[in-house]
Structures are given as C-alpha cells and as structure tokens.
Design a protein around this ligand. Structure first.
Ligand code: ADP
Ligand code: MG
Length: 611
C-alpha cells in the first residue's frame, strides 16, 4: 500500500510556522525591533512604506553579524540567544525561539546588510522565495539593516486579510511606541512614507513619556514605586482625569518586554475602585522587573503573555503600590473659573452617563462650584467675567460663633500629599449643602452629603471586617410589616444587618421587630432608613453589585448620610471634615462622585487681577 504521510517541504513548513509569528506588518516590525534591542543597539530607525505592506526597513547600530551568522540567521530554529534547556528557564533576551527571521523570509523578499565592529566589510544577503539569491561583501555601517519587501506576496489569503493602511499603520505605531517607552535609553526614529512620526534621543522615563504623550498627560501622572527582593515595580499612573473609555492606554512591561496581563491590569483597576466608574479605565505605564526564573514567557509565539510563578503576591504588590500612589497623590479636581464661561470645562474630562443615573460618573467639569443653578432655583450669578455676585447672600456664614480649627495641630491628615490646611480656618455652610473652608492652597468646597456617605461607607466596611458593631438599643422596639420579598431579603441579610448595627428579629408572617439601630441613625428615623436601605440594596443588586458587604455598605451610607438641606452646626461640620480626612479615600464617594473640590489661590488671584 502506498504511503500517505510525508514530511512537509521546508518552504511549506516555514510558511505555516510564519502564520503564527507574522500576522501583519506590525509583527515584522516587532520582531525586527526585538532583534535590534537584543543586539545592543543604541539607536533604532524604523521606516515603513504603505503601512509596511510594500516595505518595512529596520536599521540598528547593534553588534551586527559575522558573514557566517548572517546566512545562518534565516534558518529555522537558528538562534544565538539560548543553547540549553536551562537557558530556556531564565530568558534574558527578547528573542529566543529562532523563528522570526525564518518566518519573515518565508513570506516576503528580504535584503539584509550587516557588519560587526572590527570587520572592514559587511555582508549583504538577499532572499527571495525562501532562498538566498545573493550573498556578497558590502561596505556598510556597523550594525544591521533589514529591509522586508512585498510582505505576504506568496500568501494571498494573508495579504487580503490585511486591514486598511491606516489601521495597519496604527498597529505598527503601537509597536514602536511600546518599545520607545520600554527603552527610553535608546534613540528612536520612526518614519512612514515621507513623514517623521517619532524622532527621539536617548533620555529617561519621564522625558520619554512626555515625548510620546505630551506635557499635559505627563503632568497628570503619579509615580509608582516598589522595591522588593524578587520584584521591582516602577511606573506611572494617571489621575482620574486621564481615564478613557477604552483600555488602549495601558502599558505593562515585564523585563523590558511589552505584555498583556489581566492579572496586573485588574490589580490596577481595583486600586482605582470608586475613583472611576466602571466604563472608564485608568491610564498607566508600569515597568516590572522579576527574576526570569520566576516567570515563563514561552506561552505563545508572540510572547505577549507571561505566566507568573506567584500570581497572588504580584497582584497584591501592584494593588498596594498603586493604591499608595493614589492616596499620596493630589487627585482632588482643581476647578477654575474661566473668562466668559461660568465653570471651566476641563479639556478631557471623564464623563460617562448623564447625572442622576445610579452610578455617578466623576464630573469634574460639570460640578457646580458656586452652583450656577441648583434644584432649588438658587442662582449665584456669575458675571460674564466669572466674578461672583451676591456674595453675601450666597455664602452666608453659619450663625454659630466661628470655631477656629487647627487641623495640623490635631494631626488628622493621613493623606500627606493631599490637602494642606491653613493653620487655622473657619468652616462655612452654604445653602445647607456645601461646606466651605480655607486651605493652604486656596479654597475647599465639600459636599456634605457625599462626604458623610464616604465616612459611613468605610465605617460599615470596617464593621464587617472587625465585627464590632455599634448599635443603640431602641427603648421601644418597632414592629414593621414588610412585603414578602422584603421579608425574604431581611432574612437573608439579617446577620449582615446585625454587623452594621441593625438588630432585627424575624417574627414570621412578614413581620420583623427592630430592636437596635446603628449609632449613626437618628432615633425616630429608623423605620424609614431601614426601608430605604433595603430598597437601595435591591436597586444596587439590579445594577450589578454582587458583593453583599459592598452593596450593604453603599446602601446604608447613601440612606443614613446627612442630606443636602440639613443644617449643620459648626461642631458638626468640624467633626464631618475631621472624619472625612480619616477615611482612605476622602476625595470620592462610594459611587465615584467627587466629595470635594478646591479652587487654587492662583485662580482667585487671577480673577481679582492680582497676577
Ligand atoms: P531569535 O531572535 O529568536 O534568536 P531570530 O530569527 O529573530 O531569532 O534571529 C536569529 C538570530 O539572528 C538571532 O539569534 C541573532 O543572533 C541574529 N540577529 C537577528 N537580528 C539581528 C540584529 N539586528 N543584529 C544582530 N544579530 C541579529
Ligand atoms: Mg528575534
């Protein structure tokens, strides 16, 4: 019987293998850049024509190749980077699989010039149809220049599968940008047809980030740093103002390699919890260095994925480092009043849904400061020049004698990078809604309801953690009849309610008896608040909040907090502000709404022509 199975011809095998490594022009760019970096280049020039479809040319000043190596380089599994299985266990180069050049040569026409230091002449190699067509001595610079022409000329399916030039070019740009960010010490030039897209000299991380993203972005970044024995983490995270609706602006580099990592992204997202709504994502650039023996980069030919040996440690380290950076950073929205417009519209603000949706986006731009219009129809008019009129009526001091507060003396500001209080100040309540205070850098305005919400939210979460409920016993327990579904909910939540201070006894027949209430709930209000908390809990559940603790904390905080319209005494305001700054995140409420805004002194000076 005739044999059916045959070993593939090498060109065919190469073409198939190429399918995995070289999917589009950007993959060629990536592989060539990685080779240049591995060769110790200090400057890399990437030039493309027609989004790489007709030409991809990468020129480096690295170590180059000998004449012999130059022709070996295009063989499959030919590599100078690893030799033994043990080498595979600790990869320190970007390449190691020895298949990129072979794959590229299988699907394009390649011309390479390369010269090593000390050699008078370099080598020129020309490959067509996966064969060396020319090999000659040539005079050229030290380093390597590889020109890839007519990509996928012999794989029409691949070629037809390519996207528009615009899209392919964007993919290439992404690759170049990632490497330019990963290696700020290298000089980079990137040109497309006749256009120079990137041209940067060797510099440092901050400078490189500024070169790529511009000054404004750089100014809105907070530094992240963590040095541990097996891991070092460095990088920058964006303030909420830099958040975007897509996930594109995430850069994770591991040992000089750009990677995708759900683990690390999620750790960052979690650190931003409640600072951003769920539909926007923070900007971040993180550089991790981990002992190569503790990771596996050989997961996929593209090497975009990595396996970590100790995932949960890495998650925790990233989470806490980013949290720390956020807590230390001054992320309170700055509001300034601009000529002609009532309130400055920040140039790229996070705005997702319309207000009064259940989840409140951070709307720095639309937060009424000296509220332009409130629901009570109160107008504190701003003149065209943005100067506040009607000052006396709108910002009336509270009727109590003013208490001078020395926050610093009391050492109650754990967030050192946050607000710097003036050594003494007065608190004012405006329209029973906002609390105004002088701070070192200018003026601070706090939304009393949202501030209290933040305090209660954290208090309840603490109760869950430490199970030390503070409950006040009711002298006259209240019997409450509930809807059957509510009764079922109370039954389910009973132990959790107890942890936050609601002592509820189930009496059957949809009846419960309320015997104790949280210390923060005013007596006389308990029935209403319990009912409201249950309603809010259901609404939150509907909105997708799965965690019982988080939901109950949010529901309770929202319903038990003082409301807009509640008059406060100076003492109450003082306590509120004090407690606010003892929370982990005084700047945003559990729904992501800002708790406070500040108007810098410079802004006031500008408005009054003092500059
Ligand atoms: P790998 O990078 O996985 O080793 P490649 O197919 O990308 O495999 O490259 C094969 C070999 O060719 C490399 O190991 C290296 O020795 C050599 N090489 C490729 N590109 C360059 C370059 N730009 N400069 C110097 N040597 C290079
Ligand atoms: Mg390589």
């Amino acid at each position: 019987m005739a044999r059916k199975i045959q070993i593939m011809a090498p060109e065919l095998a190469n073409k198939i293998a190429a399918g995995e490594v070289i999917q589009r022009p950007a993959s060629v760019v990536k592989e060539l850049i990685e080779n240049s970096i591995d060769a110790g280049a200090t400057r890399i020039h990437v030039h493309v024509r027609e989004a790489g479809k007709s030409l991809i040319h990468v020129i480096d000043d690295g170590e180059g190749m000998s004449d012999e190596d130059a022709s070996m380089a295009f063989r499959r599994h030919a590599t100078s980077k690893i030799r033994t299985t043990d080498d595979l266990e600790h990869i320190v180069t970007l390449g190691f699989r020895g298949e990129a050049l072979a794959s590229i040569a299988a699907v394009s026409h390649v011309e390479m010039k390369t010269r090593q230091h000390g050699d008078d002449l370099g080598t020129l190699i020309r490959i067509e149809n996966d064969e060396i067509r020319e090999r000659s001595k040539v005079s050229c610079d030290v380093g390597t220049s590889i020109a890839v022409k007519n990509l996928f000329y012999n794989t029409p399916a691949r070629r037809n599968f390519l996207k528009t030039n615009q899209t392919e070019l964007r993919n290439i740009t992404d690759v170049v940008v990632r490497y330019a960010l990963a290696y700020p010490g290298l000089g980079w030039k990137y040109t497309s047809d006749n256009e120079v897209l990137i041209d940067v000299k060797s510099s440092n991380y901050v400078q490189r980030i500024q070169n790529i993203f511009g000054k404004r972005t750089t100014e809105l970044l907070l530094e992240v740093k963590e040095e541990l024995e097996f891991l070092s983490l460095y990088g920058f995270i964006g303030t909420p103002e830099l958040a975007r609706k897509n996930r594109a602006e995430h850069y994770i580099f591991l040992n000089g390699r750009f990677i995708y990592s759900k683990l690390i992204s999620h750790a960052v997202f979690q650190a931003y919890e409640h600072l951003l709504t769920s539909s926007v994502f923070p900007f971040f650039i993180l550089y991790l260095t981990i002992n190569p023996r503790k990771i596996d980069v050989n997961v996929h030919p593209s090497k975009y994925e990595v396996k970590f040996e100790n995932e949960s440690d890495i998650f925790k380290i990233v989470l806490s480092a980013v949290r720390r950076a956020l807590a230390e950073g001054d992320i309170i929205p700055n509001v300034s009043i601009r000529e002609g417009s009532a309130v400055e519209q920040g140039d790229s603000m996070v705005r997702t849904k319309k207000q009064n949706s259940t989840s409140h986006p951070i709307q720095y731009s639309t937060v009424p400061i000296f509220s332009i219009k409130t629901e009570h129809g109160l107008h504190q008019q701003l003149t065209q020049r943005g100067i506040i009129l009607g000052y006396e009526e709108s910002i009336a001091p509270v009727s109590h004698p003013h208490i001078t507060v020395d926050f610093e003396g009391n050492q109650i500001i754990p967030h050192s990078g946050g607000l710097q209080y003036a050594s003494s100040q007065t608190l004012w309540q405006v329209h029973n809604k906002y609390i105004i205070s002088s701070i070192k850098s200018g003026l601070m305005i706090v939304d009393q309801h949202v501030a209290h919400e933040r305090i209660l939210y954290e208090r309840v979460l603490n109760n869950f953690q430490n199970s030390l409920p503070t409950s006040q016993q009711l002298l006259f327990p209240e019997t409450i009849e509930l809807h059957p579904s509510e009764y079922a909910l109370v039954k389910e939540l009973q132990p959790y309610l107890a942890q936050i201070g609601f002592v509820v006894k189930l009496f059957g027949k949809n009846t419960v008896v309320l015997e104790g209430i949280p210390a923060d709930v005013r007596i006389g209000n308990e029935r209403k608040i319990l009912q409201e908390v249950l309603d809010e809990y259901k609404a939150n559940e509907h909105a997708g909040i799965r965690d019982i603790h988080d939901n109950l904390a949010k529901s309770f905080a929202c319903k038990a907090a003082i409301k807009a319209g509640d008059p406060l005494t100076s003492q109450e305001m003082l306590v509120l502000i004090e407690q606010l700054f003892l929370t982990k995140m005084p700047y945003v409420c559990p729904h992501g709404r800002p708790v406070l805004i500040k108007i810098p002194l410079e802004e006031l000076d500008k408005r009054f022509g003092r500059t």
